[in-house]
Ligand binder design. Structure first.
Ligand SMILES: Cc1ncc(COP(=O)(O)O)c(C=O)c1O
Length: 387
């Protein structure tokens, strides 16, 4: 059976070039970049090359990047790191302002900070999943330690006004964080222009390995490391670096950033083909698309669709049996089968949230797969209606 992978937002297949970079680096010899001998120096040179490459892509200084163990770790380190340091500097700064639609890596870190005594404000979103800068302005003040607003949402693709909110946060003396895990490689992220202090990245969403990420920490940002140990990553993230994984991350990132236009075009084409084919096969009234209706207001590779009267559990199971991989909400919410907090925050009813499937695309997909998937969905819906 031909299988179709429409779950790039959960994880992208590792690129052959990244696998090669991993293999070459891992087979080059023992590689602890903190060791002073020649082996260690070689390992450090791989690390330096990867950091320099990533810094060029992001238009930041190489020493403003700390490698981490993935997107979740970057988000946690950003929130705890900035919140604790801000409170230490100014005891009045005890509020975290974030959005109701963040990834759990941000939301659950915020909840932990709340349990530690920080105030927590969750900004609401409109029906398309977008936060308003006016709401952010009203919430951010002299008591705010950290503001965290994601660049693009992992369930709906909706983009947030990060630059505008970043300016508001900075005017108020708060640290601005953005989770750019899904946006990296699709949106321009030029840190010489973007008013953010902290930015999270993950390698496996762009064809790099799982368990590798980076956190941009702008020079001068109040930051206290979460992970304690050695002095790696300029004392911002203790622990021996995953040198081969980082080399592979840099290679995948380079291909994602240099091929950004082609990636956008491919994802947009597959997404549009799936919508067009669904309309033809089941009729436009049988499904509803969640997220921004403006192509400039969303990431191109994510399509969140609710199928009227069909639970996503049933739909996903049947799709899987037919060889199509998609997910309900984000990978982690689909595991728990809870209605998505993102869709709920957008005002969708529980039954509608439970009928929503997320398709997400990448360079390994084509429009013929979209056509085939729409036909499979039509067959599934037809079968379910007969019962
Ligand atoms: C927006 C967003 N943030 C953070 C993460 C977590 O990244 P990682 O899987 O590398 O821990 C994900 C992964 O699904 C994501 O989509």
């Amino acid at each position: 059976m031909e299988r179709i992978y429409f779950d790039y937002a959960a994880t992208a297949p590792m690129l052959p070039e990244a696998i090669r970079a991993y293999a070459e680096t891992a087979s080059a010899g023992p590689a602890n970049p903190s060791s002073l001998h020649s082996f260690g120096r070689e390992a450090r040179s791989h690390l330096t090359a990867a950091r320099d490459a990533l810094a060029r892509m992001l238009v930041c200084r190489a020493d403003e990047l700390a490698f981490t163990g993935g997107g979740t770790e970057s988000d946690n380190a950003a929130l705890y790191g900035a919140a604790w340091a801000q409170r230490r500097r100014d005891g009045a700064r005890k509020r975290i302002v974030t959005t109701a639609v963040e990834h759990h890596a941000v939301l659950n870190a915020c909840r932990k900070l709340e349990a530690e005594g920080f105030g927590l404000t969750l900004l609401p979103v409109d029906g398309e999943g977008k936060v308003s800068a006016a709401d952010a302005r009203a919430a951010i003040g002299s008591d705010t330690a950290v503001v965290s607003v994601m660049t693009g949402n992992n369930e709906t693709g909706t983009l947030q006004p990060v630059a505008e909110i970043g300016r508001i946060a900075r005017e108020a003396g708060a640290v601005m964080h953005t989770d750019a895990v899904q946006a990296f490689g699709y949106e321009p992220l030029e840190l010489d222009k973007l008013p953010v202090d902290l930015l999270s990245l993950s390698a496996h969403k762009v064809g790099g390995p799982q368990g590798v990420g980076a956190l941009f920490i702008r020079q001068g940002t109040p930051f206290e490391p979460t992970q304690r140990g050695g002095s790696q990553e300029r004392n911002r993230r203790a622990g021996t670096e995953n040198v081969a994984g980082i080399a592979a991350f840099a290679k995948a990132a380079e291909l994602a950033v240099s091929g950004r236009a082609a990636r956008r075009e491919r994802a947009e084409a597959v997404r549009a083909a799936l919508i067009a084919q669904l309309t033809e096969q089941i009729g436009s009234e049988a499904f509803r698309i969640n997220g921004s209706s403006d192509p400039a207001g969303r990431l191109p590779h994510i399509l969140s669709v609710g199928f009227d009267g069909v639970s996503n559990e049933t739909m996903l199971m049947n799709l899987d049996l037919a060889g199509v991989a998609a997910s309900g909400g984000s990978a982690c919410t689909s595991g728990s089968l809870q209605p998505s907090h993102v869709l709920k925050a957008m005002g969708l009813s529980d039954p509608f949230c439970r009928s929503t499937v997320r398709f997400s695309f990448g360079m390994g997909n084509d429009t013929a797969e979209a056509q085939k998937t729409a036909k499979i969905i039509a067959t599934i819906i037809g079968r379910l209606r007969i019962r």
